[in-house]
Ligand binder design. Structure first.
Ligand SMILES: NC(=O)c1ccc[n+]([C@@H]2O[C@H](COP(=O)([O-])OP(=O)(O)OC[C@H]3O[C@@H](n4cnc5c(N)ncnc54)[C@H](OP(=O)(O)O)[C@@H]3O)[C@@H](O)[C@H]2O)c1
Length: 360
């Protein structure tokens, strides 16, 4: 929470979406010092009403350039094209855009920030600060203290990403497709076993490249020339940028899973220096916004079901990789809509005010 003073005029661009709604909730939750809050979306939802968790009623307005007159901070979560189109209009009017889309993340002129990791980069902004990809933010938060102490040599990540990462429509589709799938299942378990090779029709899948219900899809976003997906390359490149480690060896496989909220990651880390699990846990126990949940004897570890709706990044299943020296395996789960998007954006806003780095 802020100790500060400055009262900002805020706009939430994409206010009717998954991330935008949560930004409003978190601004209220954290008592962000706002003079005013304006909710903006496309012409489709202009005129609709949103009631905040604290009961305040807002009219959604269309995100025209003039809508940004007098706005100090814009939390943008309306997709890359909208961010690219509106960024010059926001900056021209003296505002700072904290952008959840991937439009500017790798622009060398734009700081890409998780405040617990690289808050110092904020002061270099020129009107845009980017919020990282929803799997990258929790990853770098866990890696940063270990890299500082033991220097990470190589990172191997597999992500298990929930459907909320693809927006509200993708969540709705998982629910509809799951109901349809269950409706098509035979009643008898024996029948189920014998017919397991027959996949019930899941109607057309509009938000995915393959059916999502009762399935895993090892493709998020499009394939690149190197056969990685764009999502995988985002995690790789954004991690290097935020850790200030362009030399870091890091590889990733990103998988969409039929979970509504919270992304999970299986991570293998090799270090330059000698490490022990005790030292790793000691460092993590002092890391801001990170919680260890690791009690194998009681089957306690982070899962989407016990992490969703919470702010910290949770780590568990922490163990030495017995196949090579100075290497660990661990499991990480975080609420992708919070730390992976809305909460991180609001924390960037808090840092902006704390560092007195607003445009005017
Ligand atoms: N979900 C995540 O975990 C996550 C994490 C990190 C970053 N992000 C990024 O955040 C952005 C939003 O994600 P989301 O999950 O909230 O998506 P969403 O639920 O689909 O919401 C999209 C929002 O953008 C608005 N919008 C779309 N086109 C617009 C336009 N031309 N002008 C103004 N507003 C427009 C929509 O307004 P209407 O209601 O009028 O259509 C809606 O408010 C994306 O760029 C996404 O990549 C998401």
């Amino acid at each position: 929470m802020l100790e500060s003073f400055a009262m900002a005029n805020i706009a939430i661009l994409g206010a009717t979406g998954n991330v935008g709604r949560l930004i409003l909730e978190i601004l209220e939750e954290r008592k962000f010092p706002c003079e005013s809050i304006k909710l903006l979306a496309s012409a489709r939802s202009a005129g609709s009403t949103i009631i905040s968790p604290k009961g305040k009623e807002y009219k959604v307005e269309e995100a025209t350039p003039e809508a940004f007159d007098g706005i100090d901070i814009v939390f943008a979560s309306a997709g890359s094209e909208t961010s690219k189109a509106l960024a010059p209009e926001i900056i021209k009017r003296g505002g700072v855009m904290i952008d959840n889309s991937s439009a500017f993340r790798m622009d060398p002129e734009v700081p890409l920030v998780v405040p617990e990791v690289n808050a110092e980069d904020i002061k270099n902004h020129k009107g845009i600060i980017a919020n990282p990809n929803c799997s990258t933010a929790p990853l770098v938060l866990a890696l940063k203290p270990l890299d500082e102490k033991f220097k990470i040599k190589r990172v191997v990540v597999s992500t298990y990403q929930s459907v909320s990462g693809a927006g509200k429509a993708a969540m709705d589709e998982l629910i509809t497709a799951s109901k349809k799938y269950m409706g098509n299942l035979p009643n008898e378990l024996a029948d189920l076993a014998s017919s397991s090779s027959e996949i019930p029709d899941q109607h057309s899948y509009e938000n995915y490249v393959n059916p999502i219900a009762f399935n895993l899809i090892p493709q998020i976003d499009v394939f690149m020339n190197n056969d990685y997906t764009k999502e995988e390359m985002k995690l790789i490149n954004e991690s290097k940028k935020m850790l200030h480690r362009p030399d870091l060896a890091i590889t990733c496989t990103a998988v969409r899973v039929p979970v509504l909220v919270s992304h999970s990651e299986s991570i293998n880390l090799e270090f330059e220096e000698d490490i022990t699990i005790k030292e790793i846990k000691k460092l993590w126990s002092k890391t801001e916004s990170l919680e260890i949940m690791d009690n194998p004897s009681k089957s306690e570890y982070p899962m989407p079901i016990n992490v969703t709706g919470r702010d910290p990044v949770y780590v568990g299943r922490i163990r030495l990789d017995e196949s090579q020296p100075n290497t660990i395996n661990f499991w990480l789960v975080s609420d992708n809509l919070r730390i992976g998007a809305a909460l991180n954006a609001v924390r960037i806003g808090e840092e902006l005010i704390k560092q007195e780095a607003l445009a005017s």
